[in-house]
Design a protein around this ligand. Structure first.
Ligand SMILES: OB(O)c1ccc2cc[nH]c2c1
Length: 234
């Protein structure tokens, strides 16, 4: 998978060279390119923003630099690319969406700042590639970079070969629609707290049943919205 990121803070993404994603890049499972939007400006101050039509507080990102950046990235068209615009006004980013995007050959993240990107940019890009506006959650960040970073990690770890043991991707929160069961390791007793006996007994059927019930109980308690409306155990 190739991932391109367009941002006015390219240094933000240096952290993607460490840990899992760093190894994935070195093993060429992931190809990551970060682009400075200001390289597509032509004035002395490398201006990327201007005042909003209709008034209002803050500044809006000018369309011209974005247009030139996408000209460079998309060329005459890029049917194999999905352009992701992180925005509080987007569809929720979920594990299901991460799995869908992990199947794509190419992702381009357009990281806005200020009050956002001129709306014509997404409208124009949609004539040349698939576009999705995605929200990390119901809160507002100062720009798209943190959201893009989170999405790239959530998506990148699902690319085959990135995570050493694929089985570890299965029993995770949200992977099967539930929150994951609690986990324990040695010592068996720690500050007067014991590991549940069932986990130390070696009865795999009983362990699986206990973990399932714990996942359901935790989901009911913390995220009842994730449970099927008909109340059937997920
Ligand atoms: O909260 B967010 O996901 C987000 C995304 C993009 C921009 C651009 C300016 N503020 C933003 C916030």
């Amino acid at each position: 998978m190739r991932v391109d990121i367009v941002t006015i803070f390219p240094e933000f993404f240096g952290v993607l060279d460490v840990s899992l994603l760093g190894r994935a890049r070195r093993e060429q499972l992931l190809e990551l390119h970060v682009h400075d939007l200001r390289d597509h400006t032509h004035d002395r101050h490398r201006t990327v923003d201007d005042t909003p039509y209709g008034g209002g507080a803050g500044m809006v990102m000018r369309p011209e630099p974005w247009g030139e950046a996408f000209d460079e990235l998309l060329g005459e068209g890029a049917a194999d690319a999905v352009v992701v615009f992180p925005t509080p006004a987007g569809v929720p980013f979920t594990q299901s969406l991460a799995r869908e995007l992990a199947e794509e050959r190419r992702l381009i993240f357009a990281c806005g700042r200020y009050e956002g990107i001129d709306a014509r940019v997404a409208e124009h890009v949609a004539t040349r590639a698939r576009v999705i506006e995605v929200s990390l959650g119901d809160y507002v960040l100062n720009g798209g970079e943190v959201a893009a970073m989170a999405m790239i990690e959530a998506i990148g770890r699902l690319v085959p070969g990135v995570v050493g043991n694929p089985a570890s991707l299965v029993e995770e929160s949200h992977e099967e629609g539930l929150l994951e069961h609690p986990s324990y390791t040695k010592p068996a007793t720690w500050r007067g707290l014991d590991v549940p006996e069932v986990l130390r007994g070696g009865n795999h059927g009983a362990i699986a049943a206990w973990r399932r019930e714990q996942a359901l109980e935790r989901t009911r308690r913390v995220r009842p919205d994730l449970l099927p409306a008909d109340g059937a155990d997920a």
